[in-house]
Write a protein that binds this ligand. Structure first.
Ligand SMILES: Nc1ncnc2c1ncn2[C@@H]1O[C@H](COP(=O)(O)OP(=O)(O)OP(=O)(O)O)[C@@H](O)[C@H]1O
Ligand SMILES: Cc1ncc(CO)c(N)n1
Length: 279
């Protein structure tokens, strides 16, 4: 049996809902062996970010080498990268190991407003990481920073996606979680020639801590298993939707999503099919 492997290069969220913790839980749920290189340790919970402690560039790159020189990986996801120095180093390592299944979640700001990426790191991300990316997954505020344009409507998101493909990105998923005044959320996939829409109803909940990390980690896991990007996004959309719908109601603020909800639903439907056959 071949075992699909995925590496996340991201920040640690002590609260367990976002960052490295969300990524590894998601990889595991999708039957992918998860590995990590931590860029920064955050003291964080559902209420906010209480502290950010970036690691040295050397410490980040050594973790990547430990994986590159031994275990190898089938896909890589980047999340919170914090500084231009970390981005330059990470981009060089990804090039060195010729890791082409790269999913870049351009994490900038946590739900409470804390900065997880320095302003001067945006250019490094665009110049060094985007040209190597198979998929980039901006939310609407991130798309605005990356393109310099206002992103409110679906047409704005289509224009922003085109601008990101012009930077060398192969696929853009423009997430719609921040769209206001709608009962539907449409995530938009663009591959440089066509748009595919992934609609779902909007779950009315405040428990959306780490939705972006979990969504991008699901895409990474599916790509690691050999799925096409379009199939990976379809599964990721179902994974995050189940995780938001069956939320755990933890903490006093924006609680985490339920990383086992997708598997629980798959098991339940397999069980009822089995029962149907026996009856
Ligand atoms: N209330 C909701 N109901 C259903 N799906 C949602 C909801 N909020 C977000 N999503 C889905 O979650 C995924 C992440 O979208 P979003 O735009 O919220 O990312 P994000 O802002 O980067 O997340 P975060 O920064 O909290 O990790 C998308 O697939 C989006 O459709
Ligand atoms: C470590 C970390 N990465 C990403 C996010 C964005 O959800 C967060 N809140 N914390």
């Amino acid at each position: 049996m071949t075992i699909a492997r995925a590496l996340t290069i991201a920040g640690s969220d002590s609260g367990g809902g976002a960052g490295i913790q969300a990524d590894l839980k998601t990889f595991q749920e999708l039957h992918v062996f998860g590995m990590s290189a931590i860029t920064a340790v955050t003291a964080q919970n559902t209420v906010g970010v209480q502290g950010i402690y970036p690691l040295s560039v050397e410490a980040v790159l050594q973790q990547i080498d430990s994986i590159g020189l031994d275990l190898g990986t089938d896909a890589v996801k980047t999340g919170m990268l914090f500084s231009p120095e970390i981005i330059y180093g990470v981009a060089a390592k990804i090039r060195e190991y010729a890791w082409t299944n790269l999913v870049v979640d351009p994490v900038m700001i946590a739900k409470g407003g804390s900065k997880l990426l320095q302003d001067e790191a945006v250019a490094a991300m665009k110049n060094e990481l985007f040209p190597q990316a198979l998929v980039v997954t901006p939310n609407m505020p991130e798309a605005e920073v990356l393109t310099g344009m206002t992103v409110r409507t679906l047409d704005d998101r289509k224009e922003a996606a085109k601008r990101l493909v012009d930077l060398g990105v192969k696929h853009v998923v423009m997430k719609g979680g921040h769209e206001e005044g709608t009962s539907q959320i449409v995530d938009l996939l663009y591959d440089g020639s066509a748009f595919v829409e992934f609609p779902s109803h909007k779950v009315l909940t405040r428990h959306t801590h780490g939705t972006g990390c979990t969504f991008a980690a699901s895409i990474t896991a599916e790509v690691a298993k050999g799925s096409s990007v379009i199939d990976a996004v379809a599964i990721a959309k179902n994974f995050i939707h189940a995780a938001i719908e069956d939320s755990l109601e933890l903490g006093a603020g924006h609680g985490p999503t339920n990383h086992w909800a997708y598997r629980q639903r798959l098991n339940a439907s397999a069980e009822s099919r089995k029962k149907g056959r026996l009856e």
